[in-house]
Design a protein around this ligand. Structure first.
Ligand code: MN3
Length: 198
């Protein structure tokens, strides 16, 4: 099936003041759309237009870099929009998630510290993640469009640390953006949904 740009699951103003309308307009309508359009063009050239985005991501990794970049970024952004919501973030996690964060990540405070540090420490463009790997939660970071799917894991939470995700609202202050993401944007219900499917 061809890749399709999903609608945002909220209004463009919904995440203000933590993420502006202008950021979402550019990030969703221009950046994500470009990954979808280019990904469809390159998937067709590679004879993979019938495959799901996850299949294309895994099949193209390491052997078709341009297709991988666009397909992986499409996958990452589909989930990124859903990993945020108005009035999200903070330390009120669903019970099942809280238990896993306590046992595998050392609790919420340690998760926050390590997740923000993963995002800050990703040199240049990339993502910070919480993934299920070998049956346990793990904090990961990846460059560019890479994600845990191609490193033996399944992401349940991810944050985009490409400058296009925060430069309008935070300029170069990536740590402030990451703190705001954790404190005020994370949609824990969707993180739980991903955890239950992982
Ligand atoms: Mn992005």
């Amino acid at each position: 099936m061809a890749f399709e740009l999903p609608e945002l699951p909220y209004d463009y103003e919904a995440l203000q003041p933590y993420m502006s309308k202008e950021t979402l307009e550019y990030h969703h309508d221009k950046h994500h759309k470009a990954y979808v359009d280019k990904g469809n063009e390159l998937a067709a050239e590679a004879g993979m237009e019938g495959k799901s985005v996850e299949e294309v991501v895994k099949a193209s990794f390491g052997n078709n870099q341009p297709l991988f970049n666009n397909a992986a970024q499409h996958y990452n952004h589909i989930h990124f929009w859903k990993w945020m919501k108005k009035g999200g973030g903070g330390n009120k996690l669903p019970e099942k998630l809280q238990k896993a964060f306590d046992s595998d990540l050392g609790g919420y405070d340690k998760f926050k510290q390590d997740f923000v540090q993963a995002g800050v420490g990703q040199f240049g463009s990339g993502w910070a993640w919480v993934a299920v790997k070998n049956g346990k939660l793990e904090i990961m970071k990846t460059p560019n469009g890479e994600n845990p799917l191609v490193h033996g894991g399944k992401p349940i939470l991810g944050v985009d640390v490409w400058e296009h995700s925060y430069y309008i609202d935070y300029r170069n202050a990536r740590p402030k953006y990451l703190e705001a993401f954790v404190d005020s944007l994370i949609n824990w219900d969707y993180v739980l949904e991903c955890y239950e499917q992982a």
